[in-house]
Ligand binder design. Structure first.
Ligand code: ATP
Ligand code: MG
Length: 575
């Protein structure tokens, strides 16, 4: 477990510390992360995960992973497994793994209790009629003609709803609150609806399913949650959250939670408080599950874990370390102010992490042959290279060096541009870790295309000799051609080419803004030591960026690397 060191106070951190200090909830802190298993987790979810798990860790509390699986139509076990793997990968351990469907019997008993208290009724209005009775933001709603049913009649109908006597849509259980409330959520909201459909956890045991607002507050209470942290869109729902819990008095009424104890689920019951914070948004991406699902289903990306996706499985495969994501959200803080953060800020956190943790290697992505003509044919050396320039604990490795090398094509210019300090005809440059070379001639094919360079190595500039320190402007990297490892390298870039792909005010949708250059595959030559890289291992390819061995396709005999991020922000202003 590696929580980030808190960098700044925020209102939720402060609130929880005050609650603890005041002994509220018996001094306990219990949070939960409640995903709906209808898609993969994304970077926005990571904000909520880091907050919920982080607050628990900081306060010697607990955090549950609760699948909010009250909606039987949309869920899938693939998502459940992916969500568990992602939370783990982010570095968090849940206290208990629970499902809202664990509480179906409790929700039902709560429904009967509200009916007995005269606070809920079975309504026969159709969905359209309910909408029409609800009124608008500027006009009050009208009472349902079924609002004054007797307790006995309501209990009988609710039991028959449960028993499966009615078709979908014919009845709902509604809270009896206030059809004139300025808060639409309080205009007799539905608590239960009929869905004659199987549920992946409870099978065909139920044909009535609770609504989110009703199920969520009860779930929090029966799990002993003290601080229910959620995003701002639930602010207007908080009065309903509180209404349900105040009317149900779960802490005073053990009969409501008896079904859980009978199942061996013995948890403290609490009166939780909901607190809202702003969603995390990033530019140049979309994060609604609906849009992410359509990118996958329509084949616009290569699956949920496509390294261009903002999903946690995508950025993991891209090579973003979990620690960078945690540090990013910790630094961004928590507030009620909605803001979109530049993706490049996250990339800066990724660079910072990888700069410290990734060993250096040599790799050439766009190869040009370079021959050192003053070395004998078959010349071979094994040079010692440090694995990290700032951290000796990374040790050293052996890099083979020979007469024929690959260098980066862009490190040579036949007609040099102003300020170009690398290799030019007749010019000198330092070969990383070797010495200074001079370009004596170029080699071209019949069509005049450059195919190689003929150079000489100044023997007085080799490592250890007095001439090694001779000043020279440029240094270029290389790999030995005869020893090099052939690899596929995937160069990823932003998936969208506009900052806000969600903005459809100009009639275009996010799908019109896909960046056609977001994935480029090249064939590269890597230094020999990379032959033993394992899928998921991070490296810096010197001068090129941070790369990761692809966790799916990389294997011995078929090297595949993904570019995680370039060394510098290539989009930075004034590049
Ligand atoms: P959608 O509305 O696209 O189906 P959702 O974001 O509501 O998805 P949930 O599975 O309900 O998805 O989310 C689980 C938790 O993650 C919720 O508490 C939600 O508030 C939080 N969450 C989702 N997106 C973000 C985000 N961008 N920033 C912070 N928290 C988020
Ligand atoms: Mg949701």
């Amino acid at each position: 477990m590696t929580p980030e060191t808190p960098v700044a106070n925020h209102f939720i951190r402060t609130l929880i510390r005050e609650d603890r200090a005041a002994g509220r909830h018996g001094g306990r802190v219990a949070t939960r992360f409640p995903p709906e298993p209808n898609g993969y987790l994304h970077l926005g979810h990571a904000k909520s995960i880091c907050l919920n798990f982080g607050m628990a860790l900081e306060n010697a509390g607990t955090c549950n992973l609760r699948f909010d699986d009250t909606n039987p139509a949309k869920e899938d076990l693939e998502y459940v497994e992916a969500i568990k793997a992602d939370v783990h990968w982010l570095g968090f351990k849940w206290h208990a793994l629970l499902h809202a469907s664990d509480y179906f019997e409790v929700f039902y008993l709560c429904g009967e209790k509200l009916i007995r208290k005269g606070l809920a009724y079975v309504c026969d209005l159709s969905a359209d009629e309910v909408r029409e009775y609800r009124g608008t933001l500027t006009s009050p709603g009208r009472n349902s003609p079924f609002r004054e049913r007797s307790v006995e009649e309501n209990l009988d109908l609710f039991r028959r709803m449960r028993a499966g006597e009615f078709a979908d849509g014919t009845h709902t259980l509604r809270a009896k609150i206030d059809m004139a409330s300025p808060n639409m959520n309080l205009r007799d909201p539905a608590l239960y609806r009929i869905r004659n459909i199987e549920h992946q956890n409870t099978g065909d045991a139920w044909c009535i399913y609770p609504m989110y607002d009703y199920a969520h507050c009860i779930s929090d209470a029966v799990e002993g949650i003290t601080h229910s942290l959620c995003t701002l869109e639930f602010e207007d729902h908080r009065p309903l959250y509180d209404w349900c819990l105040d009317q149900l008095e779960l802490t005073e009424d053990p009969s409501l939670t008896a079904p859980l104890r009978a199942k061996g689920l013995d948890m403290p019951v609490s009166r939780p408080r909901q607190t809202e914070f702003a969603r995390g948004n990033l530019d140049y991406t979309v994060m609604s599950k609906r849009k992410l699902i359509s990118l996958v289903q329509d084949g616009l990306v290569d699956g949920w874990d496509d390294p261009r996706m903002p999903t946690l499985s995508g950025v993991r495969r891209r090579g973003f370390p979990a620690a960078a994501i945690r540090a990013f959200w910790e630094r961004m803080g928590i507030s009620k102010q909605v803001a979109t953060i530049e993706f490049s800020v996250l990339e800066a956190c990724v660079r910072e992490q990888l700069d410290a943790s990734a060993p250096r290697r040599l790799a050439v992505l766009d190869p040009l042959k370079l021959t050192l003509t003053n070395l004998p044919e078959g010349h071979e050396e094994h040079l010692d290279f440090a694995n990290h320039p700032k951290d000796e604990s990374f040790g050293t490795r052996v890099v083979p060096f020979s007469r024929d090398l690959w260098i980066e094509r862009e490190d040579f210019m036949e007609v040099p541009a102003k300020g170009f300090h690398r290799l030019v005809p007749g010019g000198e440059v330092r070969l990383r870790g070797v010495g200074i070379i001079r370009c004596e001639d170029t080699v071209k094919d019949a069509d005049g295309h450059l195919t190689g360079l003929l150079c000489t190595l100044d023997p007085t500039t080799r490592a250890g000799l007095p001439g090694a320190d001779r000043k020279i402007k440029g240094t270029i990297h290389w790999v030995s051609a005869q020893h090099a490892l052939f690899a596929q390298v995937r160069l990823y870039d932003r998936l969208f080419n506009v900052a806000n792909p969600d903005d459809d005010s100009d009639g275009k949708t996010y799908r019109d803004h896909l960046n056609p250059e977001s994935k480029r595959v090249v064939h590269a030559w890597l230094e020999a030591s990379l032959a033993t890289a394992q899928g998921g291992e991070h490296f810096q390819f010197e001068r090129l960026g941070f790369f990761v061995a692809d966790s799916v396709d990389h294997c011995a005999g078929h090297a595949v690397f993904n570019r995680t991020v370039t060394l510098r922000d290539s989009y930075a202003k004034g590049k």
